[in-house]
Design a binder for this molecule. Structure first.
Ligand code: GRF
Length: 490
């Protein structure tokens, strides 16, 4: 499950964005849409740049420029411009509600373009969100002046947002989220700077226009992007874009409080559907969210490359409130690892890091460390992770990195431990959980379990019986390591 603090940030983002449609309408109707977008980008970019200066982050890295350009184009230029034009023809309420279609486009793109698995729950959630959006907006769409073009523009804008967030996850993982937010907005502002020539300077900048521009720039772009890019980086694109689903909900709440708008049955029903849809899209368990933990839980990262049955055993153990560990992230170097699918169905954060994207073993391992540390993990479990780890990585996580091996170590080290035990005519084999050291399959032993080798055994039958034991001892070993850590921390 996502971090509780990130869920709160997600709701905050929904609140910040709930005013974007009104601000866009007021600004774009009085100024040109292009100029509105330009000022939005300049103000948002200035605030983000300030955040970079304060946090001492460098944004002028030429190697990032093409990524700023692509991110900025799809995440700012396209949606901001389309929304600004659409807002001149359509109610701000409709613009705000239709913005809730971003998660639908994200899911569609992941399935159709990237051919990746999306859980049935998430698909159901998206379906429900669309029904909710439809219900919430029915009273706003007036058939007599229904305009299809602005609606198409808004949908193109939301699709562009979805594409951008997937692009950021897939291609910008090497850029700090604040840097990418800042670089992409500043780059977009530069592209938009010629719009200054289209300004009608005879316009009186009334306070409401200035306020709307400031709201759009500072709140809906500057502050909002600080949160949005952080959420994309830490929780993935689907999580981050789901924030837009809070916009119609807060729109209805604020509308009824400040503008005395009626809370119709349709609105209440639609908003409730949208809220429930978020639970399904993000696979949030309210029970887990509000559960009071009985024991301190150490955050654990699991590294896999394949089916992940050991990972599953650990996930199951962690569900017990008295088990001293929780799985914060599952990382795989194989995109099609079955374990990734299982973990995401369980609502656990997953991350695919392709080792082929890195020039050296050390660089790949550094990326692993980055994700592990971002998720505040104190223990790393290797569970069928088919990559040798560098000495640098092993030593950085000394006594925090554990592995499971299908033999009674130190016997039968290596990739074909079960086959080797059979070839050697061993009467007893088994499995071992051990701390990882630079030398392969060595390191202090934490737990072992014996398995009798039968005469009729082949590799498959023996491996199967060993695996059953692995699932038992891995969770015992992890609990031991976490309890020791907790004692040491005390
Ligand atoms: C297990 O046999 C384990 O001992 C070895 O890799 C295999 C992983 O299996 N290190 P699974 O992916 O956990 O099912």
């Amino acid at each position: 499950m996502a971090k509780r603090s990130n869920l709160l940030l997600l709701i905050t983002l929904g609140i910040l964005w709930s005013s974007f449609a009104l601000f866009t309408k007021v600004s774009a109707q009085n100024l040109s849409p292009y100029f509105t977008v330009f000022i939005r980008l300049v103000l948002g970019g200035s605030l983000l740049y300030l955040a970079c200066i304060i946090s001492k982050k460098k944004i002028f890295e030429p190697k990032n420029f093409s990524k700023y350009l692509i991110t900025g184009f799809f995440n700012s230029i396209v949606p901001f411009t389309l929304f600004a034009f659409a807002s001149r023809k359509i109610d701000s309420g409709i613009l705000a509600i239709l913005d809730g279609t971003v998660p639908m486009f994200e899911v569609l793109m992941v399935i159709l373009v990237f051919k990746e698995h999306v859980s049935k729950k998430a698909i159901f959630g998206v379906f429900l969100s669309i029904l909710g959006i439809f219900l919430t907006s029915t009273h706003q769409i007036k058939i007599d002046n229904f305009e299809i073009l602005p609606i198409i523009m808004i949908l193109l804008g939301t699709a562009s947002y979805a594409g951008a967030s997937i692009y950021i996850v897939k291609k910008c993982k090497d850029i700090d989220p604040i840097i990418n937010a800042t670089g992409s907005v500043i780059m977009s502002a530069l592209i938009f700077s010629p719009s200054i020539f289209f300004v009608d300077f005879s316009i009186v900048f009334e306070p409401k226009i200035l306020l709307s521009l400031a709201g759009l720039g500072f709140i809906c772009t500057g502050f909002a992007y600080l949160i949005f890019f952080k959420l994309i980086d830490e929780e993935g694109s689907r999580f981050a874009v789901s924030s837009v689903l809070f916009i119609p909900v807060f729109g209805a709440i604020f509308g009824s409080i400040f503008l005395k708008e009626a809370l119709t049955i349709n609105k209440i029903l639609g908003c409730s559907m949208i809220l429930v849809s978020i639970k399904y899209i993000l696979n949030i368990s309210f029970k887990d969210f509000f559960a009071t933990k009985k024991v301190k839980k150490i955050k654990v990262a699991i590294l896999i490359s394949g089916r992940g049955s050991n990972m599953q055993a650990l996930i199951k153990a962690c569900k017990d409130v008295n088990y001293p560990a929780e799985i914060a992230v599952v990382i795989s170097n194989k995109q099609d690892a079955l374990g990734l699918e299982i973990a995401s169905k369980e609502g656990i954060k997953t991350k695919f890091i392709n080792h082929k994207d890195f020039k050296s073993r050390e660089e790949f391992d550094a990326e692993l460390t980055k994700v592990i540390e971002q998720n505040n993990c104190e223990i790393i479990c290797l569970a069928g992770f088919m990559r040798l780890l560098s000495g640098q990585f092993v030593n950085r996580h000394f006594d925090r990195l554990i592995n499971i091996h299908p033999s009674l170590l130190p016997k039968f080290k290596g990739a074909d431990a079960v086959g080797d035990a059979l070839k050697a005519g061993a009467k007893i084999s088994g499995c071992t959980v051990h701390f990882v050291r630079e030398e392969m399959d060595s390191g202090p032993i934490i737990c072992q379990a014996e398995v009798e080798v039968k005469k009729e055994d082949n590799k498959e039958t023996l491996a199967h019986r060993i695996l059953e034991k692995e699932h038992i001892i891995y969770k015992e070993a992890l609990a031991k390591v976490c309890q020791n850590l907790i004692k040491m921390e005390k």
